[in-house]
Design a protein around this ligand. Structure first.
Ligand code: PLP
Length: 400
């Protein structure tokens, strides 16, 4: 047994180790609202290409007005969990509206998508069951699956041969229920799960399909319903989890959307729902307004997709090596970890805010700068950002 002083020394040593390995994350305080242009504590008016603010709603005037309205009408918070005295009319309304938007039977709100995933698997699946998870799935899915007693299997990212193999193994092990669970969009690559093929395999094996659509709800698909709409698969995903913290306004909150019986059981037994506070009223009221905006027309998601095409084409024309696709996440491949940081730092000097990612966030030797577009970016801002990429890319000999 150690002394408490030794415990604190241990904490300091571990932080020092992270710093020595270059893995210690520094936060960069922003002193403006979130937006396509932000001011950080050390740099004014930088073009922001690294928020999940896909539809530019984080500080959209209509969204801010809706938040004020909800705050005035329903107060700040509920000081209760949902089943005691923490359910307002607007919570029920939002659950119904999200179900309609996603094309599902019912929806249950959580404080975050992390909680939605954290409270999903343990509640629905027991030791007799099997969960088959894509290897690139988000940390909250991995943690949620860990909490369940079900047998766990993992398949290589988007690898249908491996998925079939895992389904066979699960079936041979005598699994009762089987669910295949995947991110709709993989956040480091901006690639989409191969949902039609995953669905076909699920059908062949009698398995359920679950999708965490956090990087898609609000903008992927013709009317922004998500990856399932993109693939013309509305109604063909058994369980959808997602966040209110990205495209849908960016405050916080998450949800699970599924058949009524699934949602009913989650309300009875899902621990982050039963033992954590209700989603704050201003967020609930504001998300209703966001859904009004998205259902009225598709202007925001259309602008986002135009910006994405423009920027992808611009980077390609400059000679950058980007992962192909159509999602507003654009990985600019640099491969070398140090160079990824050099590129991000130089771009910041030039007034463009991006983040460089390297091992262990992405595989060894696959360091990259991740660009994320949003609907609030003007053409002028994007042209300026491309010029900065050209300058920094030539200096670092990434392009000629
Ligand atoms: C961002 C993200 C989450 C976490 O969402 P929060 O609501 O912030 O907890 C969960 N899953 C995926 C796939 C995400 O991209």
């Amino acid at each position: 047994m150690t002394t408490t002083a030794q415990f604190y020394q241990d904490m300091e040593r571990r932080c020092a180790e992270l710093k020595a390995a270059g893995l210690y994350k520094q936060e960069r305080p922003i002193i403006t609202a979130q937006g396509s242009v932000i001011t950080t504590a050390d740099k004014a008016a930088v073009i922001n290409l690294c928020a999940n603010n896909y539809l530019g709603l984080s500080s959209h005037p209509a969204v801010i007005a809706a938040a004020h309205e909800a705050l005035d009408a329903r107060g700040y918070g509920l000081s209760s969990v949902r089943f005691i005295c923490g359910t307002q009319d607007i919570h029920k309304e939002l659950e119904a509206r999200l179900s309609r938007f996603l094309g599902t039977e019912d929806t249950i709100l959580y404080s975050s998508a992390f909680d939605a995933n954290g409270g999903l698997f343990e509640t629905l699946f027991a030791a007799e069951d099997a969960i088959i998870s894509d290897s690139l799935n988000h940390a909250s899915i991995i943690d949620g699956v860990r909490l369940s007693k079900a047998k766990r299997y993992r398949y290589k990212n988007n690898d249908m041969k491996d998925l079939r193999q895992q389904l066979e193994v699960a079936r041979e092990a005598g699994a009762r229920h089987i669910i295949v669970f995947t991110d709709g969009v993989f956040s480091m690559d901006g690639t989409l799960a191969r949902l039609p093929e995953v669905r076909a395999l699920c059908d062949e094996f009698g398995a359920l399909l679950g999708v965490d659509d956090s990087h898609a709800t609000g903008f992927m698909g013709r009317s922004g319903r998500g990856t399932h709409e993109h693939y013309d698969m509305m109604g063909k995903v058994d369980i959808i989890t997602g966040t209110l913290g990205k495209a849908l306004g960016g405050a916080s909150g998450g949800f699970t959307s599924a058949k009524a019986s699934v949602v009913a059981l989650l309300r009875q037994r899902s621990r982050p729902y039963l033992f954590s506070n209700s989603l704050a009223s201003p967020i609930v009221g504001t998300t209703l307004k966001v859904l009004d905006l998205l259902e009225a027309d598709t202007a925001l998601r259309d602008t986002l997709m135009e910006n994405t095409q423009f920027f992808r084409a611009g980077l390609e024309k400059l000679g950058f090596d980007i992962k192909p696709g159509e999602h507003p996440i654009i990985p600019v491949m640099v491969y070398d970890a140090v160079k990824s940081q050099d590129l991000a730092n130089r771009l910041l000097q030039l007034g463009v805010y991006v983040t460089g990612f390297y091992y262990p966030v992405v595989p060894q030797g696959e360091a990259r700068v991740r660009v994320q577009l949003n609907a609030g970016h003007s053409r002028e801002q994007l042209e300026k950002a491309l010029q900065a990429f050209a300058t920094a890319g030539r200096e670092l000999e990434l392009v000629s």
